[in-house]
Write a protein that binds this ligand. Structure first.
Ligand code: IPD
Ligand code: CA
Ligand code: CA
Length: 266
């Protein structure tokens, strides 16, 4: 494993330990509403602080962007992007589908990625050009021939309800063509599952960069495709994400295209 990735894995494990320590004592946590349907607990904050400590110790000059702490300025060419707990709503309900997501964004591309599910002890990792792994096993996306018999992941636009109508039209268009659609509640894990071949495709509107930075590298290194709603590569900026094996990626783009509002055509 690349030494840089190794540090990120260590940081993810520390955050995972904090997350697990409280996972069956959720009633003692203080929960704040950051915005409508956007919750944060002291576990999110403590997990992010643990990751930052680890990264700062190993890479004192790097910059960091964390969901809970915002930006820590440093060398802009090396930016760590952290979601300490992706799937907070699940976590706060004891629904075991959540993960730590850590990525290194180096000169405008993601070079190292970790998505860690502490509950299931699944560590998804990738370094650019070196493949993607689940624990020690190499991951590959599926190779279905189009939509038939596929399982598709998605997320509802809970934080951007203005897109709900457009989203539902996309859903109605995809639903009859596939075997199933899942809304599991952690975008980072959805992308990791796509890399692992557990789902064949994924789409979601307006995610944050920390939800997806690690997951997109996992998918690319597992042989999959990621794009924005035009199929281009602006997904880290827009948060609009389509992903899949080659055929499913193209099918999703084609199927949602007629339902894109002006706002979503980016
Ligand atoms: C959320 C999850 C969810 C997605 C939301 C994200 P959080 O992240 O990734 O799957 O649908 O848009 O905000 O708030 O649990 O870190
Ligand atoms: Ca998130
Ligand atoms: Ca989060």
């Amino acid at each position: 494993m690349h030494p840089t990735l190794n540090i990120a894995v260590k940081a993810a494990r520390k955050a995972g330990d904090i997350i697990l320590r409280y996972h069956n004592q959720i009633d003692i946590l203080t929960i704040e509403n950051k915005a409508a349907n956007d919750f944060v607990s002291e576990v999110d904050k403590a997990a992010e602080d643990a990751i930052i400590d680890e990264l700062k110790y190993a890479f004192p000059t790097h910059s960091i962007l964390g969901e809970e702490n915002g930006e820590i300025l440093g060398d802009a060419n090396f930016q760590w992007i952290i979601d300490p707990l992706d799937g907070t709503t699940n976590y706060l309900h004891g629904f075991p589908q959540y993960a730590v997501s850590i990525a290194l964004h180096e000169n405008n591309e993601v070079t190292h990625a970790v998505v860690y599910d502490p509950f299931k002890e699944e560590m998804f990792t990738a370094s650019k050009g070196e493949g993607a792994y689940l624990n020690e096993q190499r991951m590959r996306t599926t190779n279905t021939d189009g939509f038939k018999n596929t399982l598709i992941g998605t997320g509802f636009p809970v934080k951007s309800p203005q897109h709900l109508e457009a989203y539902l039209e996309m859903f109605k268009a995809i639903h009859p063509k596939v075997a199933g659609i899942r809304r599991a509640g952690s975008a980072a894990l959805d992308l990791a599952y796509l890399a692992a071949g557990r789902i064949d495709g994924f789409w979601e509107i307006e995610l944050n960069i920390w939800d997806i930075a690690a997951g997109v590298l996992l998918i690319k290194e597992a042989g999959g495709f990621v794009g924005d709603f035009s199929g281009r590569d602006k997904y880290l900026e827009t948060g609009n994400v389509v992903a899949g094996n080659e055929k499913v990626f193209k099918e999703i783009l084609k199927t949602i295209h007629p339902h894109l509002t002006a706002d979503l055509q980016r």
